[in-house]
Design a protein around this ligand. Structure first.
Ligand code: IPT
Length: 952
């Protein structure tokens, strides 16, 4: 039986879509506490009203104690039988009794819903107004004549599933409910319904026309402008709008008894010679994909949370947002206009789960869905057309191809020819002004940069040739799931190497974790797999640059550095500044320098900021005072930081936007030669392992090849499943056998150990040479050699490479903190260390753990020169590299970390575990992306490395 719920009709009874306007006409917010009753089927709740619960509006009922949220990635949570949905269709009946404020005018009145998931039918005072689908888009009903001064009853029936759900298969939680604002709008006689601002900028001159459905007068006081709607005016001397310099001219449109606020940004978007230009200049979007998410409220975001996103992005050098995969709350776009972010506004369309039918029945390819798809395009464009920040329309995500995209394209081009259109998934790119892909390898991206990508399968030669002339928009890359992504710097290098690239968007901004409590009442962030429903997308929703509570992850810190707007290249011979802004010069910055010896500052000062135009560069001499500092000890580094000279709307003066470092000199201390003094290391003659060093109890080392797999080690869709290969051969369970412990004449103790897993011939033999340095120090040299069969594993014939190669030590639990000279303060890996500066750092052991919501390898520090571990009542341990090593320190073992399912499973043990690594494999982003490049793996071959261990 088909009803409005599962007919393909997008709605009924609604007003024509129009711009989201702020006006001075009376407006009544209907947000607040409503009455609510949940029923198991679309028939809803009949019968008495007295046993209804109450619920907050806006909100998702599954996050307000009614039912459960449900996460799937690509799978539909119901049978793939479009447009039908099951009888089991949780349905929320909402009811609000309200009075009109005194003096509510007796004019046209409109009831507006900004977003209801997934289908709503609405009644006012017993009159049925109609229904609507399209969860992340507004809809309005005219209610003139239906309202009373007091005691109005608004009733809304909301269905969790509807035909609309087939178009909303985005990789996110299914969260039903009235989740955006509900309001009543008075429309004074003669007022305009819709406004379309056309504000362009070319050759230093702005052009402005404001169209409206009724005549009105536009006033912009700051430009001394007053003109009628429908007339075009040229404006000399305006500042253009850009993400870097978001100049808005505020004004009003007066029509009838209403003043409509205008926030005008002059800018023109064009594509010329295969490049995206704004105001005639090329731009490079350094972007993120942003879902709306709050760990308590789901997609019901308040203004402060939206602002937090914008501020966090701006403070981390992000200049663009793809609103994956639906138009955001309209206030978010106002914030983007105001603070300056380029926006790719994406339509609320994704039919990803039709992949499971081989795309049979895919709505964009079925004429029955044409109206529904066009309805979504119209509602997006009409609502958002006045935002200068929105520079590109996206037709949707991952919905294969179909004629509806041609219809959408045609409608949009006709209505708004001023913005280019993006659609990634139709490989003919016929309905897109951009060539676009997701998750390419570095080599694939390089080929795209040279306009030399291979023609996609099944695409005509003409289409392929045309698409090579288009600019490229990398709509998703750098899958930030768990620890990672790696290679952000490698990607950025390619993106800056070709003018075909107009921007790239990391997947994704925020982890979609939802707060809950475990069986012991411990709060934790839940992912799909923490809720007992099938199918579910498990942990795949935890792939953001910020954790669900918006704490920046190390991935965000790395991204901020990789995309910093000024490249500061510091060499003893001079400093080069490359301005990566597309619009601004560097006059808003200060350049502060410091010289530090082994991380201890010895001189500092400020450099004059040279005049460097956007995309230009300049050289500055190394400051005299930096060169004049007296010789010191250790490595002398000059660091130059570019900070904001004055407060901005998004950060305070002093906020660092970029930095660079270079080594000026090395002052080597006189080398401490082995003096043959008594070995401070006590070595077990049977195992060859340490029992203690001076008065410090220490165990190990064990040769360690294992890391608790990160999400990227698991690969995706059967590809790049390194962790499976590792487990299959037993990387996680090496057994050790000491073959020899002997003392040489000079006091050096030589230990030979065979380390390998059960069932396998593959193993590493290691020779450890312990040479006393003095009575507090011992030097350890390790030679490792692979033996046995490494190239042929039970699950394939690729050779397995170990995730790490290093030494594991056990230390007393009293060890509480680490100090080191090397890269920090954040964790770093071979393919993600750009943001980790060379310096001297100190951190508590507990603070050295990055609390990924799914426990996994974390807290590594590459290129460590020396490390000191300290704690109350125990001697300090110092580890000095030969020259570098990587370290992690934690209160649990790698095996504990690997076993833990949630952070609360990790309990401090009686031992502090220290890994001193020669190498650890990179991070990559294979959880949805290409294989880790070979250069970030650890080839199976002989290695030799050394460290000095001392007690202090
Ligand atoms: C891509 C989706 O567009 C995005 O929504 C998200 O699911 C992401 O993957 C993975 O987290 S689609 C993928 C099949 C390339």
């Amino acid at each position: 039986m088909t009803s409005y719920v599962d007919s393909t009709a997008p709605g009924e009874g609604r007003r024509a879509p129009r711009a989201d306007l702020r006006t001075d006409a009376p407006r009544l917010s209907l947000n607040g506490r409503w009455r609510f009753r949940l029923s198991p089927t679309a028939d809803g709740a009949d019968g008495p009203f007295d046993d209804w619960d109450t619920i907050r509006v806006p909100a998702h009922w599954v996050l307000e104690g009614h039912g459960e949220p449900w996460y799937t990635n690509t799978a539909y949570p119901f049978p793939l039988d479009p447009p039908h949905v099951p009888n089991d269709n949780p349905t929320g009946d909402y009811r609000l009794r309200f009075d009109l404020p005194p003096h509510w005018p007796d004019t046209v009145t409109v009831l507006r819903f900004q977003g209801v998931d997934s289908c709503a039918k609405v009644w006012l005072n017993g009159t049925e107004l109609g229904h609507s689908k399209g969860s992340r888009l507004p809809f309005e009903f005219e209610v003139t004549g239906l309202l009373h001064p007091r005691d109005n009853v608004l009733a809304v029936r909301v269905h969790r599933w509807s035909s609309g759900s087939y178009l909303e298969d985005q990789d996110m939680w299914w969260l039903p409910g009235i989740f955006r604002d509900v309001e009543l709008l008075a429309r004074p006689a003669g007022s305009v319904d819709d406004v379309f601002v056309h504000a362009g900028f070319a050759d230093g001159v702005g052009t402005l026309r404001v169209d409206a459905d009724r005549p009105g007068v536009v006033e912009i006081p700051s430009l001394s402008l007053r003109f009628d709607t429908g007339t075009e005016v040229s404006v000399e001397g305006v500042e253009p709008w850009s993400a870097e310099s978001p100049t808005l001219y505020r004004g009003t449109l007066v029509a009838g008894g209403e003043r409509v606020d205008l926030a005008i940004g002059f800018r023109t978007v064009s594509i010329v010679d295969g490049r995206l230009l704004v105001n005639g200049r090329p731009v490079l979007m350094r972007g993120v994909n942003r879902h709306e998410h709050d760990p308590h409220r789901g997609r019901a975001l308040d203004l402060e949370t939206m602002r937090r996103d914008v501020l966090l992005m701006k403070r981390h050098n992000i200049n663009a947002v793809r609103t994956s995969h639906y138009p955001p709350h309209p206030e978010f776009l106002r914030l983007c206009d105001e603070y300056g972010l380029w926006v790719v506004d994406e339509c609320d369309i994704e039919t990803h789960g039709f992949a499971y039918s081989g795309w049979k029945g895919n709505p964009p390819a079925d004429p029955a869905w044409r109206d529904a798809l066009l309805d979504r395009a119209r509602r997006m464009v009409e609502r958002d057309k006045n935002h200068p920040s929105v520079i590109i329309w996206s037709l949707g995500n991952e919905s294969d191809a179909g004629a509806a995209f041609a219809d959408m394209e045609e409608w949009i081009r006709d209505r708004d020819p001023s913005r280019p259109i993006h659609y990634e998934r139709d490989r003919s790119y016929r309905h897109s002004d951009f060539h676009s892909v997701m998750y390419p390898s570095l080599d694939e991206l390089s080929a795209i940069g040279q306009r030399a990508e291979p023609a996609p399968e099944g695409v005509s030669a003409d289409d392929a040739a045309r698409s090579r002339t288009l600019p490229h928009l990398l709509c998703e890359y750098g899958h930030a799931m768990g620890n990672g992504p790696g290679s952000l710097a490698d990607y950025q290098k390619i993106l800056e190497g070709s003018d075909r690239f107009c921007g790239a968007f990391v997947w994704e901004w925020i982890d979609h974790g939802l707060w809950g409590t475990d069986a012991d009442g411990v709060p934790y962030l839940r992912h799909g797999g923490d809720i007992d429903v099938k199918p579910n997308g498990d942990r795949f929703c935890l792939d953001g640059l910020v954790f669900a509570d918006r704490t920046p992850s190390p991935g965000l810190i790395e991204y901020a550095k990789v995309i910093e707007p000024v490249l500061v290249d510091v060499k003893p011979s001079g400093i080069t500044l490359r301005n990566r802004y597309d619009v601004s010069d560097l006059a808003h910055l200060r350049l502060l320098w410091t010289v530090a010896d082994d991380g201890t500052p010895v001189a500092s000062g400020e450099l004059a900021v040279p005049d460097v135009p956007a995309r230009g560069s300049a050289s500055v001499a190394v400051p005299e005072a930096a060169l004049a500092a007296a010789p010191g000890t250790g490595e002398r580094w000059l660091s130059v930081r570019a900070v904001l000279a004055a407060d901005t709307s998004w950060a305070a003066a002093g906020h660092e936007v970029a930095w660079g470092q270079g080594m000026l000199a090395v002052f080597r201390p006189p080398s401490r030669r082995a003096n043959g003094s008594a070995l401070s290391a006590r070595i077990d003659p049977a195992t060859g392992r340490l029992l203690g060093l001076g008065d410090l109890a220490i165990s190990g080392p064990w040769l360690d090849v294992w890391r608790a797999p990160i999400e990227n080690d698991h690969g995706h869709g059967g590809l790049n499943e390194l962790s499976r290969a590792w487990r299959a051969v037993g990387m996680d369970r090496f057994l050790h056998r000491t073959d020899e412990v002997r003392t040489e004449d000079d006091g050096t103790v030589v230990v030979r150990v065979h380390s390998g897993p059960a069932t396998q011939t593959l193993a590493l033999t290691a020779e450890y040479r312990w040479a006393p340095v003095d009575d507090r120090s011992v030097h350890l040299r390790v030679r490792v050699e692979p033996v046995g069969i490494w190239d042929g594993t039970p699950i394939g014939h690729h050779s397995v490479t170990p995730p790490r190669l290093g030494l594991r030590f056990g230390l007393p639990a009293a060890i509480g903190a680490a100090e080191w000279f090397g890269r920090g303060p954040h964790e770093s890996y071979v393919d993600s260390f750009t943001a980790a500066r060379v310096g001297r750092f100190r951190a508590e052991v507990d603070a050295l753990q990055t609390p990924y919501p799914v426990p996994q390898e974390n807290g590594n520090h590459v290129e460590t020169r020396w490390l000191r571990l300290l704690g109350a009542g125990v001697p300090r341990l110092r580890v000095t590299g030969d020259p570098h090593f990587a370290f992690t320190v934690r209160r649990w073992t790698t095996e504990d970390l690997d076993r833990a399912v949630h952070p609360q499973d990790l309990r401090p043990s009686e031992t502090v575990w220290l890994n001193v690594d020669h190498l650890q494999q990179g991070l990559g982003s294979a959880s949805c992306g290409p294989a880790l490049p070979d250069r970030y793996r650890i080839p199976v071959k002989p290695y030799e490395f050394g460290v000095t261990l001392s007690v202090e």
